[in-house]
Write a protein that binds this ligand. Structure first.
Ligand code: B12
Ligand code: SF4
Length: 354
């Protein structure tokens, strides 16, 4: 996303991901600006890379993304600037300021002022989150992704809305993307879905058609704006798109039979529930506002509409003890829960909102 936007200002822009291919270090070290995106799970590696580039090139090193936006006082020690929050707009402001040797003093930046006698942290203030989030990512800018995209392990993805109106205590999304929901235009979501399907289908070693056709709408709570979600589903139904879909949601969607019927009609095969805990005590502790029994009913009603349920869980609540994994297994029996796999996160004591 950020690479697609940065390319509008600098034509010679390319993205590398260590999850996808070997980084071409000669290219990186000869760049004028290097942007590094960091989540908590890859923060250590991100900082190592930032330090390496700073020591071995004259590039301006800029860090951004969820982890560093929430922990900028840590991140400033590893780079020249931290761009805070969603950088859809600030990345262009930043490139312009740097290109014209201006001081970077617009909202949404943190850095260490090293000119003064006492080195201190500068934070230029918070930036209003972007309202226009319609940018469609250009996957050709991600080095060698075309060689990987055709494998069945990679899911075609579209992120159609940002933020969530709920207030679960542990959630990094509401701190980074805001407590509220901003949606993309329906037309841009449909175009993005069509483009990502075309991209991921365009080769499979040039010979075998890709078997995994699923498109994942990666929104954290796709139904937070119900009216908008219905418009997107109707637009998928009215289009020529025939792909199977998956998306993420709170459990309440399992009680919305009108929406479940529409989802089935639009080609959805699975809903991923943020179940998180199996004890009512933990729901209360983390302000999650649901109960174990409601989750079971929501799973069963979703399944009754012909949709699979996959669960996302968190381990490490204060009351969790040895054997918490067994409870997870029991849930599968009680709910006749057919999810193909579960995803489990573990709370860990970093200075983060995860
Ligand atoms: C799709 C997805 C995946 C996919 C693909 C991940 C990938 N590496 O691309 C898969 C399934 C592989 C995955 C796996 C995991 N994921 Co995941 N995933 C997501 C999800 C749902 C959407 C990501 C997305 O597209 N966001 C939308 C874009 C627009 O947001 P963004 O990436 O943050 O980018 C914006 C800003 O952050 C900023 N920005 C980003 N990068 C940069 C860089 C610079 C320089 C600048 C200036 C700005 C900037 O600008 C962007 C545009 O506004 C997010 C939830 C979320 N809402 O982000 C979780 C999320 C990122 N995942 C998370 C986790 C924990 C994981 C796993 C560790 C889970 C596990 N237990 O295995 C693994 C790690 C895998 C790995 N090593 O990459 C957490 C991370 C929490 C944290 N504090 O870091 C999230 C936030 C979910 C959550 N609710 O907590 N994930
Ligand atoms: S419902 Fe999900 S995305 Fe929304 S605040 Fe709770 S955990 Fe975060």
């Amino acid at each position: 996303m950020i690479t697609t936007i940065a390319k509008r200002a600098i034509d010679d822009t390319l993205m590398y991901s260590e999850s996808i291919a070997k980084v071409q270090w000669d290219d990186v070290l000869s760049a004028d600006i290097v942007f590094i995106g960091i989540f908590t799970f890859n923060a250590q590696r991100g900082y190592e890379i930032a330090q390496y580039i700073k020591q071995n090139s004259s590039a301006t090193v800029v860090i951004g993304g969820m982890h560093t936006s929430l922990n900028y006082s840590e991140a400033v020690h590893h780079c020249d600037y931290v761009l805070l929050g969603e950088a859809d707009e600030s990345v262009i402001d930043f490139i312009r300021a740097l290109n014209s040797d201006e001081v970077v003093d617009f909202p949404g930046v943190a850095y260490l002022n090293k000119d003064a006698d006492d080195v201190h942290l500068i934070h230029t203030g918070n930036r209003t989150p972007p309202q226009n989030i319609d940018t469609i990512p250009d996957y050709d800018l991600l080095y060698n992704y075309d060689r990987m995209a055709s494998y069945n392990t990679v899911w075609a993805q579209v992120h159609a809305s940002r933020g969530c109106p709920h207030s679960c205590d542990y959630c990094a999304i509401i701190r980074h993307l805001g407590r509220g929901i901003r949606t993309r235009s329906v037309a841009s979501v449909i175009e993005d879905i069509e483009q990502t399907i075309a991209y991921h289908n365009r080769r499979f070693l040039g010979i075998v058609p890709r078997a995994n056709k699923i498109v994942w709408l990666t929104d954290d709570n796709f139904f937070a704006d119900r009216k908008w979600a219905i418009s997107v589903l109707n637009a998928i139904i009215d289009s020529d798109i025939t792909a199977p879909f998956s998306t993420q949601a709170r459990y309440e969607i399992g009680f919305d039979s009108e929406m479940l019927t529409l989802l089935k009609k639009a080609g959805f095969v699975e809903i991923v529930f943020g179940i998180e805990f199996l004890e009512n005590e933990s729901f209360d502790q983390f302000n999650k506002h649901c109960s174990y029994d409601e989750i079971i009913k929501a799973i069963q009603n979703t399944q009754a509409h012909g949709l699979e349920v996959r669960g996302l869980f968190i381990l490490g609540a204060d009351n969790h003890t040895v054997g918490v994994g067994q409870k997870n297994r029991q849930l599968r029996y009680r709910a006749q829960y057919q999810g193909r796999f579960n995803t489990v996160n573990v709370f860990y004591p970093l200075n983060t909102c995860l």
